[in-house]
Structures are given as C-alpha cells and as structure tokens.
Design a protein around this ligand. Structure first.
Ligand SMILES: [Zn+2]
Length: 367
C-alpha cells in the first residue's frame, strides 16, 4: 500500500466527543465517525461534515459510543433528517440500544430511545451489522476483531456483557421520567417529534411541540456512571499506525479486555495514540491502564465546560505514567487547560502539548 495515512480530527464538540477519522491512501480515502457531540456543538460539528465534496457522503462506520448527551445528541440531530439528506451515510452504525441491553441483560436513556427509533426508521439494515444486529460487545467476534475497507482493523475493548447489563437500571429510570417504556420506539418517536432542537424543519411530520426550560434541565439529570461503562471503545490500526479510542469507557472494563488479549505490564499494548476516556476525568484513568497501554500521543476532547475536564490528576497521571515522553493534544485552548501549555514550554518539561491555533477550536492529529 503506497502512502497510507491515518488522521484523527477532534472536532469542537464542546464538553463532549465528536471524532472524524480519515484513513486510506491518497486515491482511496475512507472515513469513520465516532460520536456527534452535544446539540449545542452541532453547528460546528456539522460544518465539518458539510465540507465534504458535493455528493460524497461515504463513511465506513459511525459509532455512537454510548447514550450520554455529550456524545449522542448531534447524531440524533443528523439522523432526524430523512436518510437522503443525511450529511454522511455510514455503511454501518454501531450503537447499543435497549434491545441490546435487554439482550445481554442489558442498557440508558431517552436520547437512546430517540436514536433507536431513528435508526429503525431511517437505516435499519445498517444497525450493528457486524454483530448480526445484536449488541456491540466484547466476546462475540473472533479476537473481538473487525476489518473495515482498505485494511483498517478494529479491536473492541469495551463494553463487555456486564457493563451493558449495568446500564439497564439507569436506562429504565431515565425513560420512566418521560413515560416511555424501554424499547417502545413508537412512543420515543412521538416525543422526538416534539423535540424541536433535533429537527428544526419539522421533518418528522407529527407536528411541532414546545420544550420547556424545565424539561430541558431534566435532560441533564441522570447518573452517567453506567452509561459511560457501556461505551463502545476500540483499538484502530491502519498502515502501521494505531489509536485506542476510549469514548467514556471504564478503565476496569478496558483493562480486563486488554488482559484477556494477553497484554501485561511487561508486554503492554503499544499504540501511537490514545483518546483519553471521559474527557480526561480522573475517574477513568488508572495506573493499571497506563501500565497496559504504552502510548505516545494522548488526545483530550473537552472545552472544560460543565465538569472542568480534564482533571489535573488525570493529566498528571498521564505525564508521570507514560513510558515515553508524551504529547498531549487538546481540541480547545481554554483558561482551564492553558496551564499545561505553559508547563510544557519550561526547560526540562517531561511532555509536549498541542493546541488549536489562537481563536480556533478543533485539532487534527496525523499519526
Ligand atoms: Zn462524555
């Protein structure tokens, strides 16, 4: 293969994730989309998708890692359009909905029901295709491996059956507030029709409704722990380069899978890059993870809003726990994360940093 490339764009998804991956060769470019950010980042995230050449909407795979709003809302918005108007048309869509939770004793939330209703309406045959329409979950495919076009190899590291099962309770309590029965896609559709933020042009035809500020505030209320644990996370390898995309996965689940695949402290998984889980929350990085993964580049997706991510403790852990002098990539330069820029420029600094140019947001990492 001549001149393979593997490029990751951390789009400006505010406090969430939206990762645009391009790989292939100069005459055979392929794409993967992981998550779509929260709804208030959609104008910026969708602006990137609108830069595609006219008529070129091809994407190998779209992954909705889990149901939290900072990952899922943008793609609910995208898929609320009729299929022919989707900005990108993924060959395959990975997302674990209620039917998959229930399957593994299983998954959480109202936006999850919205997305499920949309996929069933718009592109049912593309849903979790490699998994026979069942849950995207470790332990199902040989070596947890999937091969995409042109030789991109993915190895799933999360979720496992237990982390999917743990989501069931949260999912039930989330949808209960909205009087939807888990898995009732007709009820979800009817409510989605009233959610103007996902389809400003009334394309869902059941008639517009008004969402009160009170309702909107309730959208933020659930405990995200189990949802994060259900994250679809994977290793992507192409052209001799690799990145571990961790979404908001729990370190324990990822470490368990990595150990199952034979990685140890003495024989770690060596990757070029790791998208740090949960926007650099200190709750998602453990010493064990840093032992099992030997990365050079660490990617942090967050503007610091809402939860003050990344946590200083997580960044410190990365700097101190890395086997190689790490480079930290941020998709925003904010008052919150600028301190690492200053530190990295000091003589003898143990790490490097990369930020968007002044006044810009989003960053491209070429492996
Ligand atoms: Zn998140």
């Amino acid at each position: 293969m001549s001149n393979p490339f593997f490029r990751i764009e951390m789009l400006p998804a505010k406090h969430g994730d939206a990762l645009w991956i391009e790989y292939g060769t100069p005459d055979n470019l392929r794409r993967i989309l992981i998550d779509g950010g929260p709804i208030n980042a959609w104008p910026e995230v969708s602006a990137r998708l609108q830069q595609l050449p006219p008529g070129d909407t091809g994407v190998e795979l779209a992954v909705i890692s889990h149901v939290d709003t900072d990952h899922i809302e943008g793609l609910v918005r995208l898929m609320a359009e009729p299929f022919k108007r989707w900005l990108v048309k993924p060959e395959e869509i990975w997302f674990n909905g209620w039917r998959h939770i229930g399957e593994a004793k299983n998954l959480g939330g109202r936006e999850g029901e919205f997305l499920s209703a949309l996929i069933v309406q718009r592109a049912p045959s593309r849903w979790n295709k490699r998994f026979g329409g069942k849950a995207v979950c470790t332990g199902k495919l040989a070596d947890d491996r999937v091969e995409l076009a042109v030789g991109m190899r993915l190895t799933l590291v999360s979720p496992n059956a237990a982390s999917l099962a743990a989501l069931e309770k949260d999912w039930r309590s989330s949808v209960k507030k909205w009087a939807i029965m888990p898995g009732d896609l007709e009820a979800a559709w009817a409510q989605l029709v009233d959610e103007n933020k996902f389809h400003p042009d009334a394309e869902l035809t059941l008639g517009p409704g008004d969402l009160t500020a009170d309702l909107l505030s309730q959208l933020k209320g659930r405990d995200s722990g189990a949802a994060n644990g259900s994250s679809i996370a994977f290793l992507a390898e192409f052209g001799g380069k690799s990145c571990l995309f961790l979404a908001d996965a729990h370190a324990g689940v990822v470490c368990e899978t990595l150990r199952d695949h034979g990685y140890t402290k003495d024989k770690p998984l060596k990757v070029d890059a790791m998208k740090i889980a949960h926007h650099g929350s200190r709750n998602n990085i453990t010493p064990e993870l840093l032992e099992l993964v030997d990365a050079k580049h660490f990617l942090v997706s967050s503007n610091g809003d809402k939860f003050g991510h990344p946590d200083s403790a997580a960044i410190e852990a990365v700097i101190l726990g890395s086997r190689r002098k790490p480079t930290l990539w941020f998709n925003y330069l904010s008052d919150h994360n600028a301190k690492w820029k200053a530190e990295s420029l000091k003589p003898g600094a143990r790490f490097r940093t990369k930020y968007p140019a002044k006044g810009k947001s989003g960053i491209v990492v070429t492996l």
